[in-house]
Design a protein around this ligand. Sequence first.
Ligand code: KE4
Length: 428
Amino acid sequence: MTRQTSDALYDRACKVMPGGVNSPVRAFRGVGGTPVFFKEAEGPYITDVDGNRYIDYVASWGPMLQGFSYKPVVDAVRDQAQLALSFGAPTEIEVKMAELICDLVPSIEKVRMVNSGTEATMSAIRLARGITGRDKIVKFEGGFHGHGDSLLVKAGSGVLTLGLPDSPGVPADLAQHTLTVPYNDLDAIERVFNAYGQAIAAIIVEPVAGNMGCIPPLPGFLEGLRSQSTDHGALLIFDEVMTGFRVAPGGAQQLYNVQPDLTTLGKVIGGGLPVGAFGGRADYMDQLAPVGSIYQSGTLSGNPLAMQSGYALLSSLYAAQYAKLEQQTTRLVTELKRLAEANGIDVVINDVCAMFSIFFTDQPTVSCFSDVHAANTDRYRKFFHGMLAEGVYFAPSPFEAAFVSTCHSDDILDVTLMSADKVFSQLA
Ligand code: KE4
């Protein structure tokens, strides 16, 4: 498998783009080597600029739930492009998209479209702070919510220690308003609320963690966040940028039957074009400009091209497909566990409908960031490159989720599993 064209493009890219990429995870720093440049994709397959075809489990980090080049999306984008790309004025498709999201996610009575998941979470936090008049935010170790300043914050030395910047450029006096606690740890949440309760504007949580690998909530965790938030007058924000419309038709909040106050969305709702959204109770959302005084805006927010793309994908999904997605994910994960064991490789594989992660570890479970850190990332690197050589593209980082689409049929899984068996045998 030659990747000469990819490598030449990477050399050129590094001369004019930081790290040769427009988003850090694409640079292969998590697995070593140089990134693969792609040129086309269809269904479960992506093809690189050297003509090598791979079975894909990255799905452009989530949007491609119906596989790549899904015809209804391509047709909708082409038709809209011939009319106009954007007006900077209201359009019918924005209304249809908002109505569809509100229908699918009952906790969302009103929604504001934006252009990325980062914009969605950044705006949701400003809204929560504006509604409550409070400044502090609680997030979780290993939780990623985009690159907004208040969310690029790492845990202090202890659970009750005020946050520290997790990136240069984030002001310390802003970071201190973010408290970071371990995922799946309700005791820590209780301690934080006991210490700061009336100062906390919101908790923001990935209801299924996907940015430290896939980590589902332990039984009672989300319910505990709900009751703690309610008891202390803080808002509960479910960051469903990744889980929204992936793990269930109504997202993780439907799957686990826990209703947040605000929800952030992205990825699937753009169908592959840049879209994010945030929504919740009408009386909360109406505090946004132009109705209320909490300001938020965007030149291309809700633009008709992206709305047509997202609407075509979102409206194509129906309940039976989720049963199939769940079935395929379960089959793949069950077989991967069996093959790893047969090759003497210790793994924990966490999965929820249409997303999963392989952790190379002899721990019995992986349910928080410290468990992830104890896993063997070097083995993940070898697994990644072994599968890549076999023509199977996983996330170029051990701290990401893998995604299953409706195009990952049994024959696609069979090839994936044959490759995994061979690669596991090379890891032993
Ligand atoms: P964007 O700003 O990248 O559209 O969304 C940020 C975001 C917010 N919330 C969650 C739960 C997310 O997963 C993300 C972005 N996810 C990463 C991959 N895990 C995007 C890939 C990248 O950073 O290039």
